[in-house]
Design a protein around this ligand. Structure first.
Ligand SMILES: C[S@@+](CC[C@H](N)C(=O)[O-])C[C@H]1O[C@@H](n2cnc3c(N)ncnc32)[C@H](O)[C@@H]1O
Length: 263
């Protein structure tokens, strides 16, 4: 992060556009609900700054501005980013709807979950940079009756660390077990290791009783190296249909932007 905001790339804009379009569709689909919630587990400083100097609101501000949630919870571990976000939120007309935590999402999640009724539709945006999202957090969320989850799976982070002895604990916490040690077993015909990692993660989500969207979006570098994939999982099929619909509408030609279909 720099002083003014988080350094961002085209992929960030794609990701935020998806969230921006998803929320109104989610609200429409849940209009019968009396309450709905938003949890941003890796919230960032609130502003993303692009190389050309232009700026874009981060995910917590997009959700706050849409003003459709009963309450919003933002978690940011880095103190500077937290302070930057807090300052912006405090000036916002909807500030009373947001609770901010300067904490590790995995540690604070139980405290957040007890504040949200099980039956209330809730969007969880889990957008870490690497392997910071632990599987125990996904398990806790999946126990809820209602949950729509956007998860940024840093498969390149997993790939980079597969042979790193010091990363054993981080990888095991990320997957909730040692299945990552046998990643080549998950490679189907024509599948590379990156896709095998995402596939394993999706299978594990399904194992928790979540339905996963068929389409995902993958960020690539300008040299086409795959970085991470935004996956969507939910406790109900309607949410999946909405996410797929938004994804289809957003899906640009692969060479135009950072985002391309995963499969
Ligand atoms: C990719 S950024 C989030 C960007 C944000 N979604 C946006 O739209 O601007 C990830 C953020 O997670 C924070 N972070 C890293 N580990 C964390 C943890 N364990 N708990 C909470 N936040 C964490 C980082 O400091 C960083 O600001």
């Amino acid at each position: 992060m720099n002083e003014r905001g988080r350094k961002a790339h085209q992929w960030t804009a794609d990701k935020l556009e998806f969230i921006e379009k998803y929320i109104p569709a989610f609200v429409k689909a849940t209009k019968g609900a009396t309450k709905r919630y938003y949890v941003d587990g890796f919230a960032g400083p609130g502003i993303n700054e692009f190389e050309d100097g232009s700026k874009m609101r981060g995910s917590p501000l997009i959700a706050l501005e849409q003003n459709e949630f009963t309450h919003l919870y933002f978690v940011e571990k880095d103190l500077d980013a937290f302070k930057a976000l807090k300052q912006i939120v405090q000036q916002h007309p909807n500030k009373d709807k947001a609770t901010l935590y300067n904490a590790d999402f995995n540690e604070i999640l139980p405290e957040i979950l007890v504040q949200i009724e099980e039956r209330s539709p809730t969007v969880f945006l889990l957008d870490p940079e690497g392997l910071e999202l632990e599987w125990r957090s996904i398990e806790a969320i999946a126990k809820r009756e209602k949950a729509d989850l956007f998860i940024l799976v840093s498969a390149s982070g997993v790939l980079r660390n597969l042979e790193n002895n010091f990363a054993y604990d981080a990888l095991t916490a990320f997957f909730g077990d040692t299945s990552w040690m046998e990643i080549d077993k998950y490679k189907k015909v024509g599948m590379d290791r990156y896709h095998a990692i995402v596939d394993l993660y999706l299978d594990k989500l399904k194992g928790l009783g979540l339905t996963v969207a068929r389409h995902n979006i993958t960020a690539r570098t300008s040299k086409k190296v795959k970085l991470h994939s935004l996956v969507f999982a939910a406790k109900n099929d309607v949410a999946i249909k909405i996410a797929e619909d938004v994804l289809r509408r957003l899906q640009p030609p692969p060479d135009k932007r950072g985002m391309t279909p995963l499969f």
